[in-house]
Ligand binder design. Structure first.
Ligand code: FA5
Length: 348
């Protein structure tokens, strides 16, 4: 068989092998086999030296043509196989955007935070400024500047966690009274502030007491502020949280930093005033302390009590939450059982 016929046969065999290659690995093997240095076409070309000077360029040209045809066929088949592989991959990884998604659990604010936000929003709407203090406080602001000198018996009302002999976990939000009075420029008008935050006491936990709870302090100091302003303000708060469902009563009390002082109680949600274990058989639940700011407190913060006066209150949002939602044990709020907390999902 002449070299030209041999080349034609090689081309036909090669073409058949190319057509039958089913994957990229196979087509690669065919390329190496047909066109590689040790392949049949190379060996045919090597045999050309035996040919006459006239035949050599004719066969050489034909050999190059065969090699080009095979190379093109291999590249075309490779492209086909690559495309097929890509199509298969895409089909397998196809994203069905109509499938239902997996629900992602979404957080929400804690029920007590919701009450705090509600009260703070109410006061902000009445023009109060919000002042957030520190939970670790100096003893002098928590007690002395609130008319509670060392060894004052009223310190026993708030059993304290001390950090150092002069630094403590604040037992109330009232230190913000002294801090804000010191800072306020009364030539610019009255001081109206609200201060929410956590407080700490060595109280024994029970249905209505926790050793860590929240308070919201409020204070208005200016000229001609009276007890009637305090009463009116507290009524607005009670109305906005409880509507007319529950009654509010003020009862005389004692705080060293207010004179006169009152405590506000709200009808027990559980017995509606009849008396039960939750309200200790009084029919009422105490929710806040308040009064007219003591002249000594004003004086100690550099404010002249002859010229200025006002009211202050400290309310317990934890107790508000109990009343609003009929929760009979304050400890539920702190045990972080999401089944309990999810009942108060604002998003419904
Ligand atoms: C005070 O802490 C005063 N600083 C309030 C005050 C401010 C009076 C300004 C006058 C002027 P009292 O100890 O009563 O007061 O606490 C205030 C409120 O915090 C209570 O009415 C109650 O709602 C809440 N509270 C007190 N102790 C606890 C406790 N252990 N657990 C949960 N809430 C409490």
């Amino acid at each position: 068989m002449g070299l030209k016929d041999k080349l034609t046969q090689l081309r036909d065999e090669g073409m058949a092998e190319i057509r039958n290659s089913k994957d990229l690995q196979k087509i690669n093997e065919v390329r190496v086999k047909m066109l590689g240095k040790k392949g049949p076409i190379t060996s045919v070309l090597r045999g050309m030296k035996e040919l006459s000077a006239e035949e050599r360029p004719v066969v050489g040209k034909f050999a190059n043509k065969v090699r080009d045809e095979l190379t093109t066929a291999i590249e075309d088949r490779r492209a086909e196989l690559e495309q097929a592989e890509l199509d298969a991959q895409l089909a397998e990884e196809k994203l069905d955007v109509t499938l239902p998604g997996t629900p992602v659990a979404q957080g929400q604010s804690h029920v007590i935070q919701q009450i705090i936000d509600q009260v703070v929003d109410l006061f902000v709407s009445m023009g109060y400024e919000v002042a957030v203090g520190d939970e670790v406080e100096q003893e002098v602001y928590n007690f002395e500047k609130l008319n509670l000198p060392k060894d004052h018996p009223a310190r026993d009302m708030q059993d304290t966690f001390y950090v150092t002999p002069t630094v403590l976990m604040r037992t109330q939000t009232s230190p913000m009274q002294a801090r804000m009075l010191e800072k306020h420029d009364f030539s610019q008008g009255p001081l109206k502030m609200i201060s929410p935050g956590k407080v700490y006491r060595r109280d024994t936990d029970d249905a209505t007491h926790s050793h860590q709870f929240n308070q919201i302090e409020g204070m208005v100091v200016g000229k001609h502020i009276t007890m009637a302003d305090l009463k009116g303000t507290l009524e607005v708060v009670a109305q906005s949280l409880f509507g007319d469902k529950l009654q509010v009563r003020l009862r005389p009390s004692y705080f060293p930093f207010t004179e006169p002082s009152v405590e506000a109680d709200i009808t027990c949600f559980n017995c509606m005033g009849k008396g039960c274990a939750i309200c200790k058989h009084t029919g009422w639940i105490e929710v806040l302390g308040a009064g007219m700011v003591h002249p000594n407190v004003l004086k100690m913060s550099g404010v002249d009590p002859e010229e200025y006066g006002g009211f202050a209150f400290g309310l317990g949002p934890d107790r508000f939450a109990m009343l609003k939602y009929g929760v009979d044990d304050i400890r539920n709020f702190y045990q972080n059982d999401v089944r309990f907390l999810n009942q108060f999902d604002e998003k419904g």
